[in-house]
Design a protein around this ligand. Structure first.
Ligand SMILES: [Fe+2]
Length: 163
């Protein structure tokens, strides 16, 4: 079970609590979609930050993929972990960040749901989209493109279902 893996890898307790909250939020978002693979979302949401057992830097997504691969998880779970940072990292942003050069933008519905659930959970608390926008403006240099992708995800996964 995924929680046991988090414990086994000595993932910090607050990260485990965060991951449970992201899982809950992801399932809430997934409830709008008949075609969402709930079992895949559960695995991806609970494991998305397992790389934080090694580093809290941006490479925790890449470290996380390595750990999950070791436990035999499929590519679809690994891709959720690799593409969960923010609203995704483009190939050119990856180059600037010194990451292995490729796109880390979430592609599948399940990848998008976990990435966006993670955006909407700060620590273990739910936050609204305005909170996230403010935080990104503070923290990310030239954040316009990131925020544009964030709003697109929010439209597709959340706003679309609101009255
Ligand atoms: Fe993360």
């Amino acid at each position: 079970m995924e929680i046991e893996l988090l414990v086994q890898e000595e993932t910090p307790e607050n990260v485990i609590e965060h991951s449970k909250a992201v899982y809950k939020k992801a399932m809430e978002i997934a409830s709008h979609f008949d075609n969402a693979d709930k079992d895949l979302i559960r695995k991806g949401a609970l494991l998305h930050d397992i790389g934080r057992s090694r580093t809290h830097g941006i490479t925790h997504a890449i470290e996380g993929v390595e750990i999950a691969r070791k436990y035999g998880y499929d590519e679809d779970v690994l891709n959720i972990i690799e593409r969960h940072i923010g609203a995704g990292i483009t190939e050119s942003e990856a180059k600037n960040l010194g990451l292995p050069v490729k796109s880390y933008v979430p592609q599948t519905l399940e990848e998008k749901i976990v990435a966006h659930a993670d955006n909407l959970i700060s620590g273990s608390e739910e936050v609204d989209i305005d909170f996230v926008i403010k935080k990104w403006k503070r923290r990310i240099k030239d954040s316009d493109d990131n925020i544009e992708r964030l709003l697109k995800l929010d439209e597709e996964l959340i706003k679309h279902f609101e009255e």
